[in-house]
Design a protein. Structure first.
Length: 398
């Protein structure tokens, strides 16, 4: 049985084939030079769609004298209502960070071959955005609201047959598809970045929860930095400070041949986060044995990348003037103390929950913190970090 709908005119069929040719030239090769940000799915054009396109091309080459033959009628009957294409769009292509998942947009495109209701001669493509697993209903609805995906307006009532459709012949179907992919890609970028970040942080949290101290051998030597905040309280931001450390693993390079193999493995940043007024973050970046200046620079770059990521992603909802954190102390080629990135806020080692309630207005117990650091072999560091006469010291003796 032939598909429903009247076959479009030869001129319209030829235009549809031309649109298909243009789209294939734009999207068929993932590395092709194109203004689109799409990375093409292997299923761009299915085998059945390719066969249908060949049937249309064959039908258009039939001599008039052969159009009434049974074989020609059978060929005409095989032509479907539309040619389907599947475009996989990758707006973050070339910008994706290591270990981030590849999240895509999938756009289904139908190039008409037969009339659809009142669109007697329309060659306008029909486009539908699939709702991906990473995409909420609200995000999907927002992306589907773009003008390129909206159905065409109905022709004016007063328009006579043949006049309303003439304007549609002026539409460039390939340009409509390309405009839709570009508009979708631009609108989807913040949603894709947020989804990719959520996946990465979830994976990092799972890895941290499942790892044992011996699962990732850590170097015995580190670059340790101490960072101070005027205030640090939001639990979600503190969670990010912990989780991002595992996203910034780096491979310290041994400065001499024959150094321990541990220095060649990618190792995460370690340390701790302590909320309060002020807040404190301590980071350790792995160094190889007998580290040289280049090794220290590599570790320093890993810490810088961590903070750049925190500021641009975790803190992107914070005004730039409020993203205040300062490095107060740096120790190179020192012994490792921390073997994971930990949230120390309200832990008993630093005074417990009561240290940030009531009298001290969220200021930590410096005496308890100093005592804990002393047990780790880091006594006296807070004097260098805070400086003499800091108000935190006064609260410690209260």
């Amino acid at each position: 049985m032939a598909p429903a709908g009247t076959l479009l005119s030869p001129e319209d069929l030829q235009q549809t084939l031309g649109t298909l040719e243009v789209l294939l030239s734009l999207f068929a090769e993932p590395d092709s030079a194109s203004s689109s940000s799409a990375a093409v799915s292997p299923e761009l054009l299915s085998s059945s769609a390719a066969s249908a396109a060949r049937d249309v091309a064959a039908f258009l080459t039939l001599p008039l004298a052969e159009l009434q033959l049974p074989s020609s009628a059978a060929l005409k009957a095989r032509i479907p209502a539309a040619l389907p294409l599947c475009l996989s769009l990758d707006p973050l292509r070339g910008q994706r960070r290591a270990r981030e998942p590849c999240l895509l947009l999938t756009l289904d495109v139908e190039l008409p071959l037969r009339a659809r209701g009142t669109e007697a001669r329309s060659t306008r493509p029909r486009m539908t955005l699939r709702q991906a697993e990473w995409m909420s209903r609200a995000v999907h609805a927002e992306l589907c609201s773009i003008a390129a995906l909206a159905p065409p307006p109905p022709p004016p009532r007063e328009a006579k047959e043949g006049t309303a459709e003439e304007g549609e012949h002026d539409e460039d179907a390939a340009s409509l598809v390309l405009a839709a992919t570009e508009e979708l890609s631009e609108l989807a970028v913040p949603h894709l970045e947020a989804a990719a970040l959520a996946f990465s942080l979830s994976a990092a949290a799972s890895l941290a929860a499942s790892s044992t101290p011996s699962a990732v051998p850590l170097s015995s030597s580190v670059l340790r930095t101490w960072h101070l905040f005027p205030s640090l309280s939001t639990p979600a931001k503190r969670d990010d400070l912990v989780a991002y450390a595992s996203l910034h693993s780096h491979s310290p390079v041994a400065s001499r041949s024959g150094s321990d193999g541990e220095a060649q493995q990618a190792q995460p940043l370690t340390g701790f986060v302590l909320a309060g007024k002020p807040g404190l973050v301590v980071l350790e970046a792995a160094l190889p044995p007998r580290a040289c200046d280049a090794d220290v620079l590599r570790a320093s770059n890993a810490i810088d990348a961590y903070w750049a990521d925190i500021k641009s992603r975790s803190w992107r909802d914070i005004p730039s003037g409020h993203k205040k954190v300062s490095e107060r102390l740096r120790e190179a080629n020192v012994a490792r103390i921390f073997h994971a990135m930990r949230e120390m806020t309200e832990r008993p080692e630093v005074g417990g929950p009561e240290a940030r309630k009531g009298t001290w207005s969220h200021r930590n117990d410096l005496g308890a913190l100093e005592a804990w650091l002393e047990t780790l072999g880091l006594g006296g560091r807070m004097r260098d970090v805070l400086g003499m006469g800091h108000e935190w010291t006064a609260h410690a003796s209260a």
